[in-house]
Design a protein. Structure first.
Length: 810
């Protein structure tokens, strides 16, 4: 039996020993991470401070925590672009935490706080340079990739050609004018029948005067003359030539139905003959002009394959093929066709080849080569002025290269060529703009702008003329800002092209910006971005917003229009995310969130500021950040950021404020003993507010002597007065049995709500403690008669009853 008892005793002792060991084992409760760009901080919270060792193994950092276990709900930190992953593993006598980084860390410091049972790893991250030059990194104590204050050319204020010079934009900006006359396809020289074999002199079979009419392109008269001659011609060969030439004149005159039927009839009547060859060729031209150039291109390819360069029309067929490629948007193919060296170009065909080469340069986006080619050809011949599509290109190259006098001459020719067409108004607008740019006074050019608007109402040219007129009137002061804004606004509604409506509305927003109507201007610019998502002026619209947003938001916040400011900021959050707005504005927005009580958003704003700020600017972010965290109830995060702050800025003048917020956060978390341990530190920060908070915490923990010491200190005795201080002091003195000192303080509290009944009760208790039961009885009776708090009245009655049992009567 004794042996059994001894074994049982040993078992109990071992159980107690192992229980004590488990009680003493530190528990890792939580790991958190904060990012400072080139640095990371990893915070580890324990039940009590552990013993640790650290190893750095290239890209891996191992932390060995002796006799430590993880909490059941502990989770490893997730990876990111800097710390790839965290891995924890429990061994018999230690816990290993492994942190894997993208580059080998340059430096790792560990700070342990016994008071808060925490560890902080401060890691200077590696980068490509430190990885490449590890020895240099070690000697220089780290190589940091600097974020220099360089210009961000993605910022619309820098990307916009005119920046925020709105008047310059209104003066200089012109949206592209696309003048596209119908492509004029090149036929061989008139008449095609002259190439028939056997060769016959043209004068023998062609009516007199027809050649002269053809030189002036008077094709209606040519066709009439040929028709009359056909009716009387008896020579079969001449009749065949006249019939083909009559069909040719109809094609050149731009007719469709009549030559369509006639050419088919010729091919059916004279198959595999010169008449058939000409008829098929003319039919292809007819298809190109009136139907589909893609179909004509296919037909021409078949035709050229059949003829195999046996026709005298080969140079012109080659040019026609290039023209069809241009008409179908394949300028590169057209250029390749024109470069063929197996064909001899002479006379008119050579001029046409040079003209189409210049067209290819223009369509391929090479305006300099186009300008040189057109100018050289223009000096050599008048061919450019006879082809409207080429002349439009030539005029545009002159205009875009600032040769406005020459452009005006060419546009005048183009206006005449495009008479009675649907695009004459555009050529006329460019003519007016060329004259304006060439230095002519507005009074001399205005009649042409007015003529465009009156002659071609509702057209693109008319709206462009009206838009430019509005520009001139505003820039010269003839129109005030409100009138110009109204004119632009109306054009932004009625103009018949999207780019013109966008331009007008952008200019309206600019005029309002110049007039000081910044809120309205921003709203208009935001509408432009929403309604013209793929517009040509989105950069300018963003620049308008960026140039005014800071001022408008600051004004709204100063006027306490917090909701309006935050709504406006949220709608333009992209600009904040891209870093295009000053960080100072984020402070204003965060303060607006604080004023509205939207603390979570304030926290997010301050965290973003912390992330984008430089090392020198970060210190001032902590106080408002911790305040926002406190108000939002994120007390655990306060511990992390407070630790981070004290690691960086322990000697900062603002450290006391951070310490105070941390103490209050611990108090809110019911961690008053941890707060008290921080307050007990001999070198802890001290301010009147910290000491007042310390008094309340010590009072809550019934550490009466500490309360008395603090309240009697010189700092608090002169800085803190009032009922709360008297209550803390009186109650602490009472609980510390210093009744004589407590009495006068409680006597003062008899006049102070909400301490009246408490003070009366404590005074009665002091009488009892000092051996004056009758005085105590009177005090209890007074409390029952005059008191209003039923709790204290009930307690007083109970004391009266006890005194009565003891024989104490009034």
């Amino acid at each position: 039996m004794m042996k059994y008892a001894k074994i049982l005793s040993i078992a109990l002792l071992l159980t107690v020993f192992f229980c004590r060991s488990s009680w003493a084992t530190p528990v890792l409760n939580k790991a958190t991470l904060t990012d400072e760009g080139s640095r990371l901080q990893i915070f580890l919270r324990f039940s009590e401070s552990p013993t640790y060792t650290m190893k750095i193994l290239g890209k891996r950092v191992d932390l060995l925590l002796q006799d430590t276990v993880p909490a059941e709900d502990f989770t490893d930190l997730p990876g990111n672009d800097k710390m790839i992953k965290m891995f924890s593993k429990t061994y018999r006598d230690h816990l290993r935490l492994s942190f894997y980084f993208r580059y080998p860390p340059q430096n790792v410091n560990i700070r342990q706080s016994k008071e808060t049972s925490s560890l902080m790893l401060d890691i200077l991250l590696g980068n490509p340079f430190s990885a490449l030059y590890p020895d240099l990194s070690a000697r220089l104590h780290g190589l940091t990739v600097l974020n220099r204050n360089e210009i961000d050319f993605t910022n619309p204020l820098y990307a916009a050609p005119y920046g925020d010079n709105w008047k310059l934009f209104i003066e200089k900006y012109e949206s592209p004018v696309n003048i596209q006359p119908e492509q004029r396809y090149s036929l061989p020289p008139f008449p095609l029948a002259a190439y028939f074999k056997p060769v016959a002199a043209v004068s023998d079979w062609l009516p007199a005067g027809v050649m002269e009419l053809s030189k002036t392109n008077d094709w209606p008269q040519v066709s009439l003359a040929l028709k009359d001659r056909l009716e009387i011609e008896e020579n079969e060969d001449y009749r065949n030539r006249l019939l083909v030439t009559y069909a040719e004149s109809l094609v050149r005159d731009g007719r469709y139905q009549e030559p369509y039927k006639l050419l088919q009839q010729i091919s059916l009547t004279y198959p595999e003959s010169p008449q058939d060859t000409c008829a098929r060729l003319l039919f292809i031209y007819l298809t190109a002009m009136h139907e589909d150039p893609y179909l004509a291109e296919i037909q021409l390819g078949r035709f050229m394959k059949q003829e195999k360069n046996d026709t005298p029309f080969t140079p012109y067929l080659n040019i026609f093929q290039a023209e069809l490629a241009l008409a179908t948007g394949r300028s590169k193919d057209a250029a390749a066709i024109l470069k063929r060296d197996t064909i001899a170009y002479t006379g008119q065909s050579e001029l046409l080849r040079l003209l189409r080469q210049a067209d290819c340069y223009f369509d391929r986006g090479d305006p300099v080569k186009a300008l040189v080619a057109y100018s050289r050809l223009d000096r050599q011949s008048d061919i450019v002025g006879t082809h409207p599509a080429s002349l439009a290109r030539y005029s545009d190259t002159l205009y875009t290269h600032g040769r406005y006098d020459e452009a005006a001459d060419q546009y005048q020719t183009l206006v005449d060529l495009l008479n009675d067409t649907k695009i004459q108004h555009l050529a006329m607008f460019r003519l007016a703009m060329s004259r304006l740019h060439s230095g002519r006074k507005w009074a001399r050019v205005y009649p042409l702008f007015a003529r465009i608007q009156n002659t071609f109402p509702g057209t693109e040219g008319a709206y462009r003329a009206r838009l430019k007129q509005t520009d001139i009137y505003f820039l010269t002061g003839k129109s005030r800002e409100n009138q110009a804004a109204g004119d632009y606004g109306r054009l932004g509604i009625v103009a018949n092209r999207t780019e013109l409506r966008e331009e007008a509305l952008v200019k309206q927003s600019m005029v309002n910006a110049l007039a000081g109507n910044h809120e309205l201007s921003i709203q208009q610019a935001m509408d432009i971005l929403r309604n013209f998502r793929h517009g040509k002026l989105t950069i300018e619209a963003k620049a308008l917003i960026l140039s005014q947003l800071s001022g408008v938001l600051k004004t709204m916040i100063a006027d306490k229009k917090y909701v309006a400011a935050l709504v406006l900021a949220k709608k333009n959050r992209l600009f904040f995310a891209r870093g295009w707005l000053d960080v100072g504005l984020l402070y204003d927005l965060a303060e607006a969130y604080m004023q509205l009580g939207v603390y979570d958003r304030a926290v997010r704003a301050y965290l973003y500021i912390l992330e984008v700020s430089t090392e020198e600017e970060r210190e001032k972010v902590y106080r408002p950040l911790l305040t926002a965290l406190y108000e939002s109830g994120k007390y655990a995060m306060i511990e992390d950021y407070a630790d981070r702050y004290f690691f960086r800025y322990a000697d900062s003048p603002g450290a006391a404020d951070i310490f105070l917020i941390r103490i209050k956060a611990l108090q809110k978390e019911n961690k008053t003993r941890l707060a008290a341990s921080l307050l007990d530190a001999p070198d802890r920060l001290s301010t009147p507010e910290i000491d007042r908070t310390a008094c309340r915490i010590y009072f809550e923990l019934h550490q009466w002597k500490k309360v008395i010491t603090l309240l009697n200190s010189k700092e608090l005795s002169s800085d803190w007065a009032g009922a709360e201080r008297d209550y803390l002091l009186a109650e602490s003195l009472f609980q510390n049995k210093q009744y004589a000192k407590a009495r006068p303080v409680f006597e003062r509290l008899q006049e102070e709500k909400p301490y009246i009944e408490l003070a009366m009760f404590r005074l009665a208790e002091i009488d009892l403690k000092e051996g004056h039961p009758k005085s105590a009885l009177k005090q209890f009776q007074k409390l029952t008669e005059k008191g209003k708090d039923p709790r204290w009245i009930k307690m007083a009655k109970e004391e009266i009853g006890i005194l009565g049992l003891k024989g104490i009567t009034p």
